[in-house]
Design a protein around this ligand. Structure first.
Ligand code: SF4
Length: 396
């Protein structure tokens, strides 16, 4: 069975994670729309690389002047929202959400060790975006009933005009809807420059010091990590939950491989039983869920999410790896899973070596930063180094 869609309907492409941001219209229909099916169809029509939906793309191309033919859900026969090339499954919004919940619950059983008789506070880092919104909703759904678990969410405000205020609002709305306590901290409060200022200072710093990072995200990533750690420590969290999806994880593994950075691969979350550098263990329950499916989940659950892209995001190294991973996945479905599994296997191998009596010699064992006391492999932590560089530039 296929569902034919002919309807006046406008989708704002900015809501989707796509290279292009063009509005797209489907015309003339009396059929009821499955909003999600249309979203996925649009995604497919706009990007050949979204391999999960390639047959939907073909259907659109074949039926351009008429309606859209949407494949049916494997389970219930309703209009599908996703075709998973990596698994061969075709699912509607309801059954996709069900399968995501099942996968996340399974992953939580592996990643989150709840000790009997001990209360556990989970800090969920949320940004107002789709990934962390889906993560928080799922954690509340799966763990919210447990009396031995408290979930608190928080956002770090980087000081990005036009981007952070509306996304912060989405994060607060989500917490209010879910009944979750919300905490926040600004870069200013942490002693860092706001990101809009950092972006303005970069050209000057580069001119004086060519080795200074040239992309805003390089600074922001370091400062935000400090912000998340600060919030987690403020609420005395036992665990930090991050919304990294399968695409994020695969990109990180590939980036680490490109840099020959074995140590970072070994330190990749989930940490579960091995807290890294004195911080509460980080868990990543969405790590097997592709980005597109997380987005569909958030839309299906009608979560308040902010769709705009950060104005400083473009050009970051991650974007190139994002493209590479998408291309590899399109050519060989399952590549993302393979990359993440490879990192897991390396960690497992390290554990086996330790069990056999081997010792873990990190090239630069972590020590306390003399300025802010956070753990670092260098004489001073990266955040303090960057803060000083920015201060010098501002004083000039
Ligand atoms: Fe910060 Fe880069 Fe993310 Fe913008 S895209 S919030 S600059 S890390």
């Amino acid at each position: 069975m296929t569902t034919n869609i002919r309807e006046n309907h406008l989708i704002n492409m900015e809501q989707l994670i796509l290279p292009s941001k063009t509005d797209f219209t489907i015309e003339k229909s009396n059929f009821q729309l499955d909003y999600l099916a249309v979203v996925v169809s649009h995604m497919a029509a706009k990007s050949e690389r979204l391999t999960q939906t390639t047959s939907v793309t073909r259907a659109i191309m074949a039926d351009k002047l008429g309606g859209l033919e949407i494949p049916s859900c494997d389970v219930c026969g309703k209009a599908a929202v996703v075709e998973q090339a990596y698994s061969g499954r075709v699912l509607c919004g309801h059954h996709l959400a069900k399968s995501i919940r099942k996968k996340v619950a399974k992953e939580l059983r592996k990643q989150l060790i709840l000790k009997k008789g001990k209360h556990t506070t989970i800090f969920v880092a949320i940004s107002g975006g789709k990934d962390s919104a889906a993560l928080l909703e799922l954690l509340v759904d799966i763990l919210g009933v447990r009396p031995d678990v408290t979930i608190i969410a928080g956002t770090v405000d980087e000081g990005i005009e036009g981007y952070r205020p509306p996304s912060l609002q989405c994060a607060m709305d989500l917490c209010e809807t879910l009944g979750v306590e919300f905490v926040t901290v600004t870069y200013k409060e942490l002693g860092f420059e706001e990101m809009d200022t950092v972006a303005e200072l970069i050209p000057g710093m580069k001119a004086k010091n060519p080795s200074a990072p040239s992309m805003p995200c390089s600074y922001c990533g370091v400062f935000r990590r400090q912000g998340i750690n600060h919030l987690a420590s403020k609420i005395d969290a036992d665990v930090m939950a991050l919304g990294h999806n399968l695409d994020d994880m695969a990109q990180t593994v590939l980036m680490n491989m490109s840099n020959g950075d074995l140590e970072r691969t070994l330190r990749l979350a989930p940490h579960t039983t091995t807290p890294i550098d004195g911080l509460p263990p980080r868990i990543v329950p969405l790590r097997w869920i592709p980005e597109q499916e997380v987005h569909l989940y958030a839309v299906h659950k009608n979560l308040p999410i902010h769709h705009e892209e950060c104005p400083h995001a473009r050009g970051a190294l991650r974007w190139r790896h994002r493209e590479m991973v998408a291309t590899m996945e399109a050519d060989v479905p399952g590549t993302r899973h393979g990359l993440v599994r490879m990192a897991d296997n390396m960690k497992e191998l390290r554990n086996q070596i330790l069990e056999l009596g081997g010792s873990e010699k990190r090239p630069n064992p972590p020590k306390e930063c003399p300025v802010c006391f956070s753990m670092t492999s260098n004489n001073r932590c990266k955040a303090c180094e960057m803060r000083d560089m920015l201060t010098r530039e501002l004083d000039n």
